[in-house]
Design a protein around this ligand. Structure first.
Ligand code: ZN
Length: 283
């Protein structure tokens, strides 16, 4: 299969590398990219030769999050979802495109490694967090500035599981970013390597995992993920989905969307990001 926003390669015959390929947007995720990433993940899962899946991003960044400029575009596969109004609409759309597509990655039977450079923000971090292992380069930064725009974080509340509850609150409430080294110190990243070693080091880990009996790897993944579920991860994520939806429909959210629309009209995405971030950068 070939896709327009995803590259798919096989390495050594048993490692699949899925590359997000909208480098000019820092791999901003629109509906098309998410649907194509989903198809590529399923292809790797179903290919009996593939033992390990690497998820990488082409260009300067892994992913800067959801595509803020292409939000009006309907999903190529489920265009009818964009017609649904109000809470019903946002529930159905976000369940389909954000929650379900992320959980597919989280629940693949095969091991996954996110290979992260540059920006790994908001939904970029959400997707990376769905992978079993994260290898980051020294230049990577992680953050979720979504609260600045009124939603209660991204759709899956991965943050407390990645950096702990206390740090999660700070990062979400300030919109601050952390460096790859700080993410590593917090346990949110497995390894930090120089940028020029990122691909090689990720492959090295993938090759070692590919040597381990794959049924055992898969069973262990299932058991560790089940441990997280018993700790409440699945229930907490379910709860957050409702909280997140509620946050889309507050008066503050409606007023902010209006301000954003005006800023985009004035000067596009750049103007909107200025409106969103300027006061924080001076604080
Ligand atoms: Zn949302």
């Amino acid at each position: 299969m070939s896709w327009s926003t995803i590259l798919y390669e096989k390495i050594d015959g048993n490692i699949a590398r899925i590359v997000l390929n909208r480098p000019e947007t820092h791999n901003a995720q629109d509906y098309l990219l998410i649907e194509e990433m989903d198809e590529a993940m399923k292809q790797a899962e179903e290919d009996p030769e593939v033992k390990v899946i690497i998820l990488a991003g082409a260009g300067p960044s892994f992913s800067s999050g959801h595509d803020m400029s292409g939000r009006g575009k309907p999903s190529p596969q489920r265009p009818e979802l964009s017609q649904l109004p109000g809470l019903e609409g946002s529930l159905a759309r976000e369940q389909y495109i954000y929650i379900d597509k992320c959980l597919v990655i989280r629940n693949l039977t095969k091991p996954t490694i996110a290979q992260v450079q540059g920006h790994c923000l908001a939904a970029g971090w959400m997707v990376a967090a769905m992978c079993d292992i994260i290898v980051a380069s020294e230049d990577a930064d992680f953050g979720d500035p979504v609260l600045r725009m009124t939603p209660a974080a991204v759709e899956i509340l991965f943050h407390p599981w990645e950096v702990g509850a206390r740090k999660a609150k700070e990062l979400l409430w300030t919109g601050d970013r952390i460096t790859a080294m700080e993410a590593w110190r917090l346990g949110a990243v497995n390894k930090v390597v120089p940028r020029e070693k990122l691909e090689e080091e990720t492959l090295r880990i993938a090759r070692k995992i590919a040597l381990t009996p794959n049924v055992t790897v898969s069973l262990t993944k299932r058991s560790i993920n089940r441990t997280l579920d018993i700790m409440g991860q699945a229930d907490a994520w379910d709860y957050h989905m409702l909280i997140h939806q509620m946050s889309h429909h507050t008066e503050q959210a409606r007023a902010y969307r209006e301000e954003r629309r005006k800023a985009m009209e004035r000067g596009g995405l750049r103007e909107f990001l200025k409106m969103r971030d300027e006061a924080y950068s001076k604080a």
